[in-house]
Design a protein around this ligand. Structure first.
Ligand code: ADP
Length: 534
């Protein structure tokens, strides 16, 4: 017997329809790439997204065709998402921080037909355009007055282009499993891999994110997604905010501490989401002038492990820190670290210990831990294992790659090593390729890094395993000190001594001017291993 309910495909554009109907006047505020602050609302965003959809349709963009964006978080980029997806085309967000060769590889692999770009990235595209045969037209996300002179093929200013459409147009309808968007993983090993989201997975993922203990921003809130729309599906914020009528503040191209503070404070932001580096820059800026953020309620931080010092700084200000873990393949939300009832009374170090964990999985994300042979390991908070995940917004395959990426039970191996406790709280101890195997046991590079950055003179720290004749591998601590400070090897080791097991102590400490990062802000350990080999 089947249920007798309506068939209502879960399509992304239904979210902007809802926002335009119920939360029409809710603002979307942007620090525009051209400079000034720009204000619009969900009703206008929907109207302009429809014009874009109509213009794309007239251009011959059809169901399944890929349209790329290389753009900051702005209202125009948000319109592009809905406009592209609303005709069943695939919105391919390209990370402009990648090397130009990688950008070319990704655009060619996706065979994008149109590229929509901010002014900022026109010079990068001009360098590689000759190698992008599938691209028929470049749309620059600006108006005629700011349109740069460019050699890009059929280049047109976005405002002029959508002005050619009258907006008398309806979204297309199609199966909810139709591809809506794609995003390539940064490919720190091997070629980048294309993750393809469906309309259904995006809508369900927005429900995951809307969960009160996940992001949980409502219609009275203002959200600042510092996380870019081009990074891991913008952590779902482009769907969750309009679906809830949350006011959006888009930071454009300026993500430094002073610029982020100005928006948080001036626009009375209540929720903010970003990677640890962003919060580090913000806190440093606030510290110098003893600034406050009385409106900010919740900071979501993920992408890499959140240092304890950042957690403590926000917690001391009465701002709730939610440490989140996820990955591009998971749309990307995996866990969020809101304190469950059993822990809400915690104070001091016990509280920070709990907040430093990566949180627990919301409904629709299932997890298991296994050893290398695939045997399940206990959720005892101690035993590290390979973390595997299953759910309706988690990848089942990569674009144009034949390999089977799921195990017999349909779980995807995240490549992370972690522990889970009986409450489901996750603690990421490493990437499986970064874990240090010493004497047959595992040393967590993340734990050592967290400890090292707790030293007041340390700006950033990285730990890598170096080959060792007796132990297999031993940890090397690599430190970048804060400007104007100096630290010795002995000072560093003394600082760590007693806080970790003796055999976890780094064998040596190296000092560098700057620690290299990937395009998504993670420490580039492959480069460090190369630099320090031998
Ligand atoms: P990339 O394109 O660089 O792979 P992702 O955002 O998809 O970008 O990276 C996902 C990986 O980032 C995770 O598998 C994990 O290793 C790491 N990561 C994400 N959030 C955290 C966190 N809170 N703590 C530790 N590691 C994290």
């Amino acid at each position: 017997m089947l249920g007798l309910m309506q068939d209502w495909p879960l399509l992304c554009h239904r979210i902007i329809d809802h926002a335009a109907r119920i939360h029409a006047g809710r603002e979307v505020v942007t620090r525009s790439v051209e400079g000034p602050i720009h204000r619009t609302n969900y009703a206008e965003i929907r109207g302009r997204a429809l014009k874009l959809a109509q213009r794309l349709d007239r251009q011959g963009i059809r169901l399944g065709d890929r349209v790329a964006t290389l753009a900051w978080n702005t209202w125009r980029h948000l319109e592009a998402w809905y406009g592209i997806m609303g005709i069943g085309a695939v919105c391919h967000t390209v990370n402009p921080r990648l090397f130009p060769d990688q950008i070319a590889w990704i655009i060619n692999h996706a065979t994008d037909r149109i590229v929509m770009t901010d002014i900022t990235f026109v010079p990068i595209l001009e360098k590689i355009a000759g190698r992008l045969p599938s691209v028929e037209r470049y749309v620059v996300l600006t108006d005629g007055a700011h349109m740069p002179r460019t050699s890009l093929k059929n280049a047109v200013a976005y405002e002029d282009w959508i002005a050619e459409a009258d907006g008398d147009f309806a979204w297309k309808t199609f199966d909810e499993n139709t591809a809506a968007a794609m995003c390539y993983t940064s490919g720190t090993t091997g070629d980048p891999k294309g993750v393809v989201y469906s309309h259904r997975s995006n809508v369900l993922h927005s429900m995951i994110v809307n969960n009160a203990d996940a992001l949980g921003a409502g219609s009275k809130d203002t959200l600042l997604p510092v996380v870019p729309l081009f990074h891991a599906n913008s952590w779902g914020t482009a769907f969750s905010a309009p679906s809830m009528g949350t006011r959006l503040v888009m930071p454009g191209a300026r993500l430094d501490g002073a610029s982020v503070y100005e928006l948080l404070s001036g626009e009375k932001v209540t929720f903010a989401a970003g990677v640890p580096t962003v919060w580090l820059m913000l806190l440093q800026h606030m510290e110098t002038d003893n600034l406050k953020l009385p409106d900010l309620k919740v900071v979501i931080c993920g992408g890499s492990a959140m240092p304890r010092s950042i957690i403590k700084a926000f917690d001391d200000m009465g701002i709730e820190v939610r440490h989140a873990w996820g990955m591009t393949e998971m749309s990307p939300r995996g866990t969020v670290g809101a304190l469950q009832g059993a822990f809400s009374h915690l104070k001091g170090d016990a509280r920070l210990d709990r907040l430093q964990m990566q949180g627990y999985a919301p409904f629709m994300v299932e997890m298991k831990l296994t050893d290398d042979a695939g045997n399940e390991l206990p959720w005892d908070g101690k035993t590290p294992g390979r973390l595997k995940v299953r759910g309706p917004a988690i990848s089942a395959a990569y674009y144009r790659v034949d390999d089977d990426i799921l195990d017999e039970e349909g779980f995807f191996d995240t490549g992370d090593v972690a522990t889970l406790d009986s409450y489901g709280y996750l603690r990421i101890t490493d990437r499986s390729k970064d874990v240090i195997k010493s004497g047959g046991e595992w040393i967590s590079s993340i734990d050592l890094e967290n400890l090292a950055v707790g030293h007041p003179k340390v700006a950033e720290a990285a730990v890598i395993g170096l080959p060792h004749p007796k132990w297999g591998e031993r940890p090397l601590l690599i430190v970048q000190v804060k400007p104007g400070e100096s630290v010795t090897r002995e000072e560093m080791l003394d600082f760590m001594d007693g806080k970790i097991a003796k055999w976890w102590m780094p064998d040596d400490v190296a000092f560098v001017d700057s620690i290299p990062h990937t395009a998504t802000g993670k420490i580039l350990k492959a480069a460090l291993r190369e630099q320090f080999k031998g």
